[in-house]
Design a protein around this ligand. Structure first.
Ligand code: HEM
Length: 329
């Protein structure tokens, strides 16, 4: 050991670290010596082990030999990872032990907005970055799987807002405010979207999703009833802690999640499924032309941050911009 190291060893920081390590070891039942010996023999962390590179790259399993199916799979996985980060930030605010100040709240929503901006701007990978003819070749191998069955996408809704805000538009105006949770959940917008209005039958991607996740989602809805971001916002607002900046960050979040992402996603569906010469059904089987546009779903996580006029025009301004770009293209 060099003189300098010995000096450091004696310095207070080192002593403090050793003292804390010993306290820790008393709690865990492992002696301090054993822990230090373990450190001596520990392997260095490598990038590939830490990032789990091999596992990550083993998770893409195309079902066809069509090259662009790889883009489709990887981009879905990238989106799911961003959803994961969004939920990660939300969970930290919702955590029972968390003290949520207005500053922390804004900071987390800003992070969430950053993730959504990435999701929105990168969606052109699905629109322009994937060959339509190749898409038509591999899509039939996927049915009835659909992004409609993304659990994380549904969880984001439940973490973000109160269940009545997620009820399908046709039922929303009839709500009394006294409906039990399970009734609200049954009326959630995406369930309505996958029911054939003529026959009343659920499509396969919905019934399979319900079988796997209804229990989990209902449990989450109960846990989040008083803890969603909407509830946190209301609590902060009741103590006058909500600033104009906070409101504008929340409005941006609402637009990104409920208008901009749904519209770039719709643009991909239009590009690949709405060929005038050859109308194609989606793999999930919903009436997507009616169901996907945000002006039809009318979902807003923070409805009282918008004027009545803004809510009436929900999604329209952006829809016009997007559709005109699509026509130009
Ligand atoms: C070429 C690319 C894509 C096409 C053509 C497409 C098409 C569709 C269609 C038609 C639906 C309605 C359900 C159905 O009938 O299947 C849907 C739903 C959905 N897709 Fe995609 N999709 C694409 C890419 C993606 C990507 C990359 C994601 C990212 C995870 C995604 C996530 C979702 C979600 C979350 C829903 C449910 C939306 C809602 O309930 O409002 N999709 N998609």
């Amino acid at each position: 050991m060099s003189k300098m190291e010995l000096k450091n060893y004696a310095n207070e920081d080192w002593c403090d670290s050793l003292r804390r390590l010993r306290e820790n070891s008393q709690g865990s039942g492992l002696s301090l010596k054993m822990q230090l010996d373990g450190l001596l023999r520990a392997r260095h962390v490598t990038y590939w082990d830490y990032i789990r590179q091999d596992t990550l790259l083993s998770l893409q399993a195309p079902r066809t030999i069509v090259p662009d199916e790889m883009i489709f799979i990887v981009y879905h996985q990238i989106s799911e990872l961003y959803f994961r980060l969004i939920l990660w930030e939300m969970e930290q605010l919702i955590d029972e032990g968390a003290t949520v100040t207005a500053d922390l709240f804004v900071n987390k929503i800003e992070r969430i907005n950053r993730y959504y901006e990435q999701l929105v701007s990168s969606f052109s990978i699905m629109v322009d970055g994937m060959d339509h003819h190749q898409f038509m070749q591999f899509r039939s191998a996927l049915a009835p799987a659909s992004g409609f069955q993304s659990l994380q996408y549904r969880l984001i809704d439940l973490h973000a807002t109160a269940l009545p805000h997620l009820v399908a538009t046709a039922h929303r105006s009839q709500l009394t405010g006294y409906e039990p949770l399970d009734k609200l959940y049954r009326r959630i917008y995406w369930k309505e979207g996958a029911i054939d209005t003529k026959t009343g039958r659920k499509d396969l991607s919905l019934s399979e999703f319900e079988e796997k996740y209804d229990g989990l989602l209902l449990g989450k809805a109960a846990r989040l009833e008083q803890r969603s971001l909407w509830s946190i916002y209301r609590r902060l607002a009741s103590t006058y802690a909500v600033t104009d900046h906070c409101r504008s960050v929340l409005r941006e979040f609402d637009v990104l999640a409920n208008v901009k992402w749904p519209l770039v996603h719709l643009k991909a569906a239009m590009k690949h499924l709405h060929q005038a010469s050859q109308p194609v059904e989606s793999t999930g089987g919903t009436n997507w032309r009616k169901y996907l546009p945000p002006r039809y779903q009318q979902i807003s996580y923070f409805p009282d941050l918008w004027t009545a006029e803004e809510r009436d025009n929900w999604g329209r301004t952006y829809t016009y911009e997007l559709m005109s770009k699509l026509v130009e293209a």
